[in-house]
Design a protein around this ligand. Sequence first.
Ligand code: BT5
Length: 331
Amino acid sequence: MYNSFDNPGLVKVLSFLKSHDTEYLSGQDLSDVLKISRVAVWKHIKKIKELGYTIDSKQKLGYRLADNTKLLLPWEITTNLNTKWIGKRVYYFDSIDSTQAQAIKMANNKKENGTVIIAEKQTSGKGRLGRKWMSPKGGIWISLIFHPEFNITATMLFPVAVSLALSNAIEKSTNIKPKLKWPNDVTINGKKIAGILVDISMESNRIESLVLGVGINFDVNTKQIEKVLKKSPNFYGADSIKKNDKNAQPLTLVQTFLKELENIYEYLNTSKFEEIVKEWTKRSSTIGNEVAISDGNEIIKGKAVRIDHDGALVIVSKSKTKRVMVGDVTT
Ligand code: BT5
């Protein structure tokens, strides 16, 4: 595990290499400028290489950063992140059971409001309603901890709002225009590229914490996922960001998402529910269509006409109106 605040020496060396990447820097130079021992410089360089950065070393000349890492390391996320409070603390795992389970364990700690937990892969990724989420290497598997002040309607709308923030971020950082499928799936070509999960902890009618989980199929083997999940409940195909935009950068997407999330959070805080619903509806592939919704007990069929401010889907069938709070659109 690495975090964004416990490796100042390594980050110092790395930043210096980044800002001087056209020249070679000797261990002595680095040691003098950064005021750390040569042994420490050497140790940091070794670690930096292990973390997937490409370092050119030339005898007598020194070191040069030739290429960045592909890993979403915590200091990569926090550097140049232009949010006010979300993502200021980041915990990174190479492999974990579930970032969501980890975030839930940490959620009571007040200083973790806005904290990000990210992993390269999950061995036991969670979906909604106890379902599984396949999380191989190449995806973006991320959880965030919140201690919100907002009211119950905002809490209900939160997952819907997050799916909107994510689709905004995808549009801004790639050339993909995703669709939103109720309640909070992000899709391309009718297949799922991202799923959202929210765990709420309540204490005597007050929200203690909200833990948000977001899984994005960034550069995963979608054929493999489809093969494994073919028969799984509510599966309707997997697509990936990279397949649709080969120039997409995961770091840019994550940073853009955190910024969009902060914007949407402010909307929720100020009860701008109508604006969220309007924007969500523009991108929705559900509203206006004849749908079948499975809520775990029954299949509800009808025309999806709108979502309410609490995220409920309103279905009209034979001039009867029904509000559905939880479920999956199956057609
Ligand atoms: C979701 O649930 O879509 C929420 C997914 C949240 C995953 C994130 S990753 C970071 C954080 N840590 C966790 O442990 N979880 C969160 P739901 O709407 O219930 O969809 C689950 C269903 O999606 C499964 O039953 C499969 O049919 C399908 N599925 C599973 N993995 C998939 C994948 N990688 N791509 C597309 N579909 C998938």
